[in-house]
Design a protein around this ligand. Structure first.
Ligand code: NAD
Length: 436
């Protein structure tokens, strides 16, 4: 099948590469020339395990190409995926300007029947908006269909998630349009839900909001555990073994960040409000999440009191492990608040440092290893749970620190081990370890 994917970000590039790998002819379009130039030169604009190899293989085989020329991409394809960004506005509302711009261009340049697929995360009703924008920009009426095919991949395992999604959601107004997508996804042999357009759009937001709610729920339980002397990791295990609950997304910590959960939860609250429903449950989810970083920084402030003049090593900057994405990363909040309290911050991340430089406040020193960051520091603050940190040499870390204090924002180490190693150790929803 001839496919055009518009937007070569985390979603578009991975989707394009996987469709090409399945034997389709794919043209990936982006309006940022530098991105397309670097892709043509074999350099990935994002970090995603396995992506570079998959892109290279399909470029070599002639199934995957890159261009900034959207009209050309539209003309040579039967199915056009819109995978551009849908960032939040100040109000929490979703900014659909990129989606609308692409829809208008598709309308202007369409020369025969096309299936226009919305893969970007968009509020319910956007499929209808896209249909209207495409039709309005057509010089002469040509038949087309709009389909909603929301994306559920996770950064860090995007290739794997795209090859083996839990489900494929296809929302369409017409049967033939839905069947084009069924045909495209059939080789994956995964469960498919074929439904109407608005339901498909709601499935995406409902899923992300539910996962965010799970995270805030366990974080609220962590607060109770701290006050009661209970251990949230035990509580989480006990809850997670219940099939009706499940252990995924029940890790207490600094809360959710990233390019999806914060904006998608805000967007659903906004959409519900517009439709006349006050989504109070989700408002609390947001409030609980917002309290996570200040709560940890307050613990750090009390323990190191005063924070002014202290040096703190922050381990992990990306919003989660296995990505270089810094959007809405908790590290930004933690570091800003540490600096505001007078601390000097030294930071280390295995891959996100370049992106972090652009986002983090001035005055942060970037280190080449966790040990360099911790050298003569007054404390370590673990923000992102990279595997590298789970297997860190804690004896070496202890030797280089000025003061053996660790604040673990993701509960990656065992308190008992930290006690044996002589650390003063603070984690989330568990009793602190304070050496005699
Ligand atoms: P991104 O910011 O990484 O990529 C978007 C790309 O679209 C950019 O390269 C941008 O230059 C390009 N673009 C914008 N306007 C364009 C235009 N008019 N013509 C051509 N290209 C244009 O975004 P992303 O993370 O890939 O997310 C894309 C969509 O998928 C969003 O709606 C997001 O909510 C959703 N989503 C993201 C993830 C994720 O983990 N990142 C997961 C599921 C869904």
């Amino acid at each position: 099948m001839n496919i055009c994917v518009v937007g070569t970000g985390y979603v578009g590039l991975v989707t394009g590469a996987v469709f090409a790998d399945l034997g389709n002819d794919v043209v990936c379009v982006d309006k940022v020339r530098t991105k397309i130039d670097s892709l043509k030169a074999g350099r990935m604009p994002i970090y995603e395990p396995g992506l570079e190899e998959m892109v290279a293989r399909n470029v070599d085989d002639g199934r995957l190409t890159f261009t900034t020329d959207l009209p050309a991409g539209v003309r040579q394809s039967e199915v056009i995926f819109i995978a551009v960004g849908t960032p939040p506005r100040e109000t929490g509302e979703t900014d659909l300007s990129h989606v609308e711009a692409v829809a208008a261009e598709i309308g202007r340049t369409m020369d025969r029947y096309k299936v226009v697929v919305n893969k970007s995360t968009v509020p319910v009703g956007t499929g209808e908006l896209v249909r209207e924008v495409v039709a309005r920009h057509q010089p002469t009426p040509i038949e087309f269909d709009v389909v909603s095919n929301p994306e559920f991949l996770r950064e860090g395992s995007a290739i794997e998630d795209t090859l083996r999604p839990d489900r494929i959601v296809i929302g369409a107004l017409s049967q033939p349009a839905a069947m084009r997508l069924v045909e495209l996804y059939a080789p994956l042999e995964r469960p498919m839900i074929i439904t109407d357009l608005p339901s498909a759009e709601v499935i995406k937001y409902a899923s992300n909001a539910f996962l965010a709610a799970k995270i805030s729920f366990i974080n609220a339980i962590a607060n109770v555990c701290e006050a009661a002397g209970a251990d949230v990791t035990q509580v989480m295990k006990g809850m997670g073994l219940d099939d009706r609950i499940g252990a995924a997304f029940l890790q207490a910590g600094l809360g959710y960040g990233g390019s999806c959960f914060p904006k998608d939860v805000d967007s659903l609250i906004h959409t519900a409000g517009r439709l006349g429903y006050d989504f109070r449950l989700l408002k609390s989810v947001v409030d609980i999440n917002r309290e996570r970083a200040p709560r940890l920084v307050e613990t750090i402030r009390k323990v190191l009191s005063p924070l002014d003049g202290k040096t703190v090593a922050v381990l992990g900057l990306a919003f989660k492990p296995n990505t270089d994405d810094m959007r809405e990363a908790k590290s930004v909040e933690v570091i800003e608040q540490l600096q505001a309290a007078g601390a000097t911050v030294r930071a280390y991340d295995p891959v996100a440092t370049d992106n972090a430089r652009a986002l983090l406040p001035a005055g942060v020193t970037y280190s080449a290893s966790p040990y360099e960051a911790a050298q003569d520091a007054d404390a370590v603050v673990l923000v992102t749970e990279w595997n590298e940190f789970k297997f860190i040499n804690l004896e070496r870390l202890r030797r280089v620190l000025r003061r053996r204090v660790i604040f673990d924002g993701r509960n990656i180490w065992e308190p008992e081990r930290m006690r044996r190693l002589g650390f003063e150790y603070y984690s989330i929803g568990r009793k602190p370890v304070i050496p005699a």
